[in-house]
Design a protein around this ligand. Structure first.
Ligand code: FE2
Length: 435
């Protein structure tokens, strides 16, 4: 058998034995246990290209389940956020939003996508602000969604940044966004002027989702206010409308501040409704806790308890150099490391589960699991990390040596090399950062 590509001596997450992976016509053709460096697939196996990855970790692609591509790479425009707060970020964005053009949005979004793909993220769900009578950003990203299909799968959410009912013609703009081809319905109930309007925000998202047969992903309870309780409304609507498995609640930072009895009840309800929760550690940790003196709340949702309660949890990068989060380089592995630190997920076994948040769990949230994963017959989308396992990947944040989409290498990176020179010693020694 002649294959297009053979990956030899790959370590798959949570598997003991190394495997050899054969790719043909863009799909995983065969996966078999490595036999001391000899492909175990068939005696006559050959391939156009062979890569011996020497026991390194081979993963399905990373997934960014929540980002705002319309706002990426606008940091400093027209000015930097001096307080670092959510409110000042919204003020700066409202100014910057007025100068958006199709070319501006596409150029910045494409650059951020290039950063993400180079680091192994091949699926991105982006919220797009539709509180704009011209829907400029949405029209730009709908075009880009098609133009980047060779490197990335993009889902777009109609996101009412300024509210559905607290913004002029908000419902009409949401509807228009779906008519134009937006993939998902969004919402922002906690940001509406009143609690009642927030409930209506959720109900409206479900009505649109049913009418257009779309999934839902609402920004929900992104506040430290322990009385912000719209996740329960999303769960109730999901159960009543039969939308189980099709609904994501993003951020849910108020859960950090709920009393434990209510959080326990809510987590059970979210699990029953099969709601996916997406946490965004970069933004959550800098934007929440801003009204606290000390102690300061971390503001991220209860990832550990949600996972333990049977809720599917994924992660997003949320911002990349925008008015809300000035840093970032589009690396989901860095987001996962931060979630590990903030949510006390540093138990030895827990570290393994952290990688699920940016891979298999996120695939369920994006509902792409049927074509996702390193299994025979599925599209050959995968990456090779310069680390032997999940523990080392999350410790080192190593480069992604190779990134493949449908069997085609879409990105590669050479690892950096550090060399140490001792005084009086002419010998240069490489520093490996390994035990
Ligand atoms: Fe967001």
């Amino acid at each position: 058998m002649h294959y297009d590509l053979l990956i030899r001596n790959a370590h798959l997450h949570r598997q003991q034995e190394l495997v050899d992976i054969a790719v043909k016509d863009g799909y995983f053709a065969s996966i078999a246990q490595s036999d001391q460096g000899t492909i175990n697939l068939a005696p006559t196996t050959s391939a156009t290209r062979e890569i011996d990855v020497g026991g390194r970790l081979v993963m399905p692609p990373f997934i960014d389940a929540h980002v705002h591509l319309d706002a990426v790479l606008t940091v400093g425009q027209p000015r930097y956020n001096t307080t670092g707060t959510l409110l000042e970020g919204i003020q700066i964005w409202s100014t910057r939003k007025a100068s958006l053009s199709r070319e501006d949005v596409k150029r910045r979004a494409l650059e951020a996508i290039r950063w993400e793909v180079a680091q192994g993220t091949l699926h991105i769900r982006s919220h797009v602000d539709v509180c704009d009578p011209n829907l400029t950003a949405l029209r730009a990203l709908l075009e880009l969604r098609e133009e980047v299909r060779d490197i990335c799968h993009l889902q777009l959410v109609a996101f009412p940044q300024d509210g559905i009912f607290s913004f002029p013609n908000g419902p009409q703009l949401m509807r228009r966004a779906l008519e134009l081809g937006c993939d998902l319905v969004g919402g922002i109930p906690h940001y509406e002027w009143t609690r009642d309007m927030g409930v209506e925000d959720v109900h409206y998202a479900f009505a649109l989702a049913k009418e257009f047969n779309r999934d839902i992903d609402c920004h929900c309870d992104e506040t430290d206010d322990p009385l912000s309780r719209f996740s329960e409304v999303m769960a109730a609507d999901t159960l009543q409308q039969g939308w189980q498995g099709r609904v994501t609640a993003s951020h849910c930072t108020a859960m950090h501040s709920y009393d434990n009895a209510y959080a326990f009840k809510l987590i059970g309800l979210l699990a029953q409704a099969q709601i996916h929760v997406v946490a965004n550690p970069f933004d959550n940790v800098v934007l929440q806790g801003r009204f606290d003196s000390y102690p300061k709340r971390r503001g991220i949702t209860r990832i550990k308890e949600l996972v333990a309660g049977g809720v599917n949890v994924a992660l997003g990068h949320d911002s990349i150099m925008d008015p809300w989060f000035p840093l970032g380089r589009g690396d989901m592995l860095a987001a996962a490391q931060l979630a590990l630190l903030l949510c006390h997920l540093n138990g030895y076994e827990e570290i393994n589960t952290v990688l699920d948040l940016i891979t298999t769990n996120a695939a369920k949230a994006l509902r792409i699991q049927d074509s996702y994963g390193i299994e025979e017959g599925k599209p050959a989308d995968f990456l090779v990390l310069d680390a032997p396992n999940a523990f080392e990947a999350l410790r080192l944040i190593p480069v992604r040596l190779h990134v493949f989409k449908a069997g085609r290498e879409v990105a590669f990176t050479s690892p950096a090399r550090s060399v140490l020179r001792r005084s009086g010693d002419n010998e240069e020694k490489t520093v490996t950062f390994h035990l």
